[in-house]
Design a protein around this ligand. Structure first.
Ligand SMILES: Cc1cc2nc3c(=O)[nH]c(=O)nc-3n(C[C@H](O)[C@H](O)[C@H](O)COP(=O)(O)OP(=O)(O)OC[C@H]3O[C@@H](n4cnc5c(N)ncnc54)[C@H](O)[C@@H]3O)c2cc1C
Length: 302
């Protein structure tokens, strides 16, 4: 399987841009806000909430952050005037975290202010391990100003048990995911079962501490474990939500919605779709494998 995934990734640069667009159409809502809002409206009609992500990360010049902030502000205004059920997810490296943390904090504050005006929640995505600590720090600084901000913790990170304890103590709103960036064994668990154990323990700790948890996974084993914890703790549906990526496991998504659970779909959009798709595929060849399999084996759309 690994060899197949690697082969897919190696041949990607030879694939014409138009064809990559076809592959990525399932996972990326489009190039502009209007495309993304059309997807959000469709998801809302199916009973799902959404979170909008303006594509763009790891900027190399501070000026590039300005465009991202302006696009988020436009998205927040339009979401509010359209009345769609969506919040936003933000990557701090797209605001310059790796080049100028002070500027990143300033730009993030502008997004938070705009979100506050509309009462919209802001989730800070978690990126590679070089920025984990600083991202958590920026989250806690923001949490001092507003409750409408949330963190992401990755189950594959060895440090996450300690970070979960910190988050639980601070009543954080946490999205728990497995983690998508390739990290070395000293930093992250590599084995599927180890990652699952870590994931389930984090969800149990956070839900047990009364934190609002975004259970972000398409792994049915983890969905079942989370459902068992929710039942054991007798949690109301307002205490948690499931989260999935656009275009991934729509049947599982529909099952959870039909059973009465809250479910949010991550909707990325933007002009940077090509770079984003290519980077994601190169970073994690397993995803390239999923995409090609789904494409040729005719998985369900949206
Ligand atoms: C809402 C949301 C937000 C996320 N935010 C972050 C973040 O901030 N930081 C971060 O590092 N990671 C993030 N991730 C990604 C996450 O870390 C995982 O890499 C990803 O969700 C795959 O893990 P899984 O739990 O679904 O389990 P897996 O075992 O990887 O997947 C279970 C099954 O789901 C299907 N599947 C999963 N992913 C895909 C895909 N891309 N395409 C097609 N099929 C797929 C496959 O059928 C697979 O067998 C997020 C994921 C979600 C759902």
């Amino acid at each position: 399987m690994k060899a197949f995934n690697q082969l897919v990734v190696r041949t990607l640069p030879l694939v014409p841009r138009r064809l990559v667009r076809v592959f990525s159409a399932r996972y990326v809502a489009g190039e502009n806000l209007e495309d993304a809002l059309a997807v959000v409206r469709r998801l809302n009609a199916e009973g799902c909430m959404a979170t909008l992500d303006v594509l763009g990360e790891d900027v190399t010049r501070v000026e590039e952050t300005e465009r991202t902030v302006e696009e988020y502000r436009r998205a927040l205004d339009t979401m509010a005037s359209d009345g769609v059920d969506s919040n936003i997810s933000v990557k701090l490296t797209a605001l310059g975290l790796k080049i100028d943390p002070a500027e990143c904090r300033r730009q993030f504050a502008r997004i938070l202010d705009a979100a506050e005006q509309h009462g919209t929640f802001v989730r800070i995505d978690m990126e590679d391990s070089s920025v984990t600590e600083e991202t958590i720090r920026i989250y806690f600084e923001a949490r001092g100003r507003t409750e409408r901000v949330g963190l992401v913790l990755q189950a594959y990170m060895r440090r996450s048990a300690a970070d979960t304890a910190r988050a639980a103590a601070g009543s954080a709103n946490v999205r728990v995911c497995k983690g998508i960036y390739v990290e070395p064994p000293e930093v992250a668990f590599q084995e599927r079962e180890e990652i699952r154990r870590s994931y389930a323990a984090m969800v149990d700790t956070l839900l047990g501490a009364g934190c609002y948890v975004g259970i972000a996974t398409h792994d049915e084993v983890l969905v079942e474990r989370a459902l068992a914890t929710i039942a054991r703790l007798k949690l109301p549906r307002e205490a948690y939500e499931f989260q999935m990526l656009l275009g991934v496991t729509p049947a599982l998504r529909r099952r959870l919605v039909a059973a009465g659970h809250r479910l949010r779909v991550y909707v990325p959009y933007g002009e940077a779709w090509y770079g984003y798709s290519m980077r994601r595929l190169k970073e994690n060849p397993a995803i390239a494998g999923h995409i090609v399999k789904n494409f040729f084996m005719g998985g369900e759309r949206v």
